[in-house]
Design a protein around this ligand. Structure first.
Ligand SMILES: [Zn+2]
Length: 448
């Protein structure tokens, strides 16, 4: 069996195991169960000579670290970090069992296949190969399979950075996501995630006056007010803002000049995305140029069918562009509510600034060399992500942090945005081979 085929099978089997472990994170402390994937990684590494540290933040919430110590204290430390949890599914929307880890025609199906167990698995494959080969780098390599990314890292990256920083302290971090090839007229572009939006969760408490459901005339029904609150928030559009990362990204895509100009013009971008196809790109373009507001959960409704409700709570997922502060977010919400602002109390369960890292420096140079060798004619380009990743906890500490991997072109780049947290998540096995190969080459290039 050729080395490439062995590598691909190795990564495929580890990914399937991790999908089947179904470490579903619903956001409660009791969910996740990442201990199962920590165990899977530990048994995968068994026999490679690596030793482990396990960090338990709550029952079942286990993160696993293994390291290859460098020989030169002045050489950099690189942290490869993959989360081991996944988000819940609505199985009825899937074409296949989301937790079976089916492989059909070279495609692995399952929750986490793209977010982000494929990276967690291929990083592990590279680390094991390096360890088994007797790799003795100058710089130190840390591998971290981390819990709880999908609920914000309280039991994972945030816990480790806050309470066990020595274990994860590094000069550079790579985690999700990137490296899905974009074919442009002048060659393949490989996006590297360098910036992400700030997660700001807001709970809107809509107030009313209780009364008897049999006499609704001229009552102050909080649910009726809430319906208008939701409508206003869902149609609210703050002014667009064009970041350098977005401008560079759009400039590399080889779009028609008129479209590229419109997508990078704060006065025209909203009109440009309104009918833009494909849908995934329209959503991305909107999210990368606006602070967004998505009313997603009614956490408190009324109490009883014959009672006019006096209190409705609505959770709104707000994603702020880097440079838009949590205070700015509250100002935007008040603007969206207009004259209803006095009827609504705003609570802020989570407030975080967006983060950015420059696409420059020795690690980026190594990424450039390695990817150009693996994908001739390719170019890495910066990317802003609308989602949150654990990279932010390291960027908050001023540690340059990137989202990357390396994909084949079998699944078009336009499909990936729809698969994250969506139905029918899947990855082709060639991408697993490419990523594992890239991680190993990058570590040798950068730390060797
Ligand atoms: Zn993820």
């Amino acid at each position: 069996m050729s080395d490439d085929i062995a590598l691909e099978q190795d990564a495929t089997e580890l990914l399937r195991t991790m999908i089947r472990n179904a470490c579903v994170n619903t956001g409660t402390a009791a969910s996740g169960g990442e201990e199962r994937n920590a165990d899977a990684l530990e048994s995968y590494f068994a026999g490679s000579g690596l030793s482990f540290q396990r960090f338990t933040s709550a029952p079942g919430r286990v993160s696993l670290i293994t390291r290859i110590e460098g020989s030169d204290p002045k050489a950099p430390t690189l942290l490869l970090m993959g989360h081991t949890d996944v988000v819940p599914v609505n199985a009825s929307g899937w074409s296949r069992d989301p937790f079976a880890g089916d492989v059909v025609d070279g495609i692995v199906w399952g929750r986490g296949a793209t977010d982000m167990l494929h990276i967690t698995a291929t990083m592990a494959v590279a680390v094991r190969r390096l360890a088994k080969s007797g790799f003795r780098p100058r710089g130190t390599l840390i591998y971290l399979g981390v819990a709880d990314e999908e609920a914000g890292g309280t039991y994972g990256a945030k816990f480790l950075v806050d309470q066990h920083f020595e274990a994860v302290k590094a000069d550079y971090v790579i985690t999700e996501s990137g490296g899905v090839p974009i074919p442009a007229p002048d060659g393949i572009k490989l996006p590297v995630t360098v910036a992400e939006k700030g997660i700001n969760w807001r709970r809107l408490i809509v107030k009313g006056t209780p009364g008897h459901g049999s006499m609704p005339f001229r009552t102050d029904n909080a649910l009726v007010t809430a319906a208008e609150v939701v409508r206003r928030i869902s149609t609210y559009q703050p002014k667009a803002k064009i970041l350098d990362e977005w401008r560079q990204y759009v400039g590399e895509l080889g779009l028609a000049p008129e479209l590229a100009a419109a997508l990078t013009d704060p006065d025209r971008v909203m009109e440009a995305v309104r009918h833009l196809e494909p849908l995934g790109f329209a959503r991305l373009a909107h999210a990368c140029t606006h602070t967004t507001f998505s009313p997603n959960v009614v956490t408190e409704g009324g109490s009883k069918i014959n009672v006019v409700p006096d209190r409705i709570a609505i959770d709104v997922d707000v994603r702020a562009l880097p440079g838009v502060s949590p205070l700015d977010v509250d100002g935007m919400l008040r603007e969206a509510l207009g004259d209803l602002r006095t009827r609504v109390d705003i609570e802020a369960p989570r407030s975080q600034d967006g983060t950015r890292t420059a696409l420059t420096g020795p690690l980026v140079d190594a990424m450039r060399r390695v990817t150009q060798a693996l994908v001739p004619g390719s170019k890495i380009i910066p990317r802003l992500t609308s989602g949150g990743t654990d990279a932010r906890y390291f960027r908050f500490k001023n540690i340059p942090s990137y989202g990357f991997a390396l994909h084949s072109r079998r699944i078009p780049y336009t499909e990936y945005p729809l698969m994250f947290h969506g139905n029918d998540e899947r990855i082709d096995t060639e991408s697993l081979r490419l990523s594992a190969t890239m991680w190993e080459a990058l570590v040798r290039e950068f730390l060797g």
